[in-house]
Design a protein around this ligand. Structure first.
Ligand code: CA
Length: 218
């Protein structure tokens, strides 16, 4: 359950998604036009498809229509430009597909991929992550130290989640940027350091710096 077809003509997006999925243990295949995308989707060799709407050859809506008719069991996550979200939602009504508007964070896409690939018999997803006395309630997006709630912004929460999921591992700035902020961010940005600083203000010694490598939660 890990073969993912990515149909996207913008190379920076497809490579960002493919790299991220590979790092998470999936096997991604990238195609850049709608005709090839449809052919591949109908082979039955994929467990999920990530589908762009604006594509050369055949547009994403047409690909989706054919796939829904011929392979209704294939889960599809549609990528759409923010200004055409309304059209996209209308087009998806009644279908099995999910959508994400661009730009998106890799973490959001990953969560949707995992959700779509889970069969009904699988265990429920984690509702919370705990490291030491710090706990994140993933459904309600709330953070606690001991019994006390700590207010986190959406971005701070996302950063804390990635660090805590990878407890004990050193994550580089680039990894954190792509997981939490997405591809629209300049790799030279110091936004990761700034947000690690915010987390430290809320929880002393929350995150340690590994000089020259990145950050870690232990
Ligand atoms: Ca496109």
């Amino acid at each position: 359950m890990n073969r993912i077809l990515i149909v996207e003509d913008e190379e920076r997006i497809s490579s960002f998604v493919a790299k991220g999925l590979k790092a998470e243990g999936f096997t991604p295949t990238v195609v850049a036009d709608g005709i090839t995308g449809l052919d591949y989707a109908l082979t039955g060799e994929f467990d999920l498809m990530v589908l762009d709407i604006g594509l050369p050859g055949l547009d994403g809506f047409t690909v989706l229509e054919r796939v829904s008719a011929e392979r209704p069991a294939l889960p599809v996550i549609v990528l759409t430009a923010r200004d055409s979200v309304t059209d996209t939602i209308a087009a998806l009504e009644g279908g099995a597909a999910d959508y994400m508007s661009k730009p998106f964070r890799f973490g959001e896409l990953l969560a949707r991929v995992r959700l779509r690939l889970r069969s009904p018999g699988d265990a429920a997803p984690d509702d919370e992550i705990t490291v030491g006395d710090t706990r994140l309630d993933l459904r309600r997006r709330r953070a606690f130290v001991g019994d006390k709630e700590v207010e986190l912004s959406a971005r701070e929460f996302a950063l804390a989640e990635v660090l805590m999921r990878n407890q004990g591992l050193v994550l580089s700035r680039e990894q954190l940027l792509s997981q939490v902020w997405g591809y629209e961010f300049d790799p030279g940005s110091n936004v990761v350091d700034v947000y690690v600083g915010y987390l430290r203000k809320k929880r002393r010694r929350a995150v340690s710096t590994v000089r020259g490598l990145g950050y870690r939660v232990q």
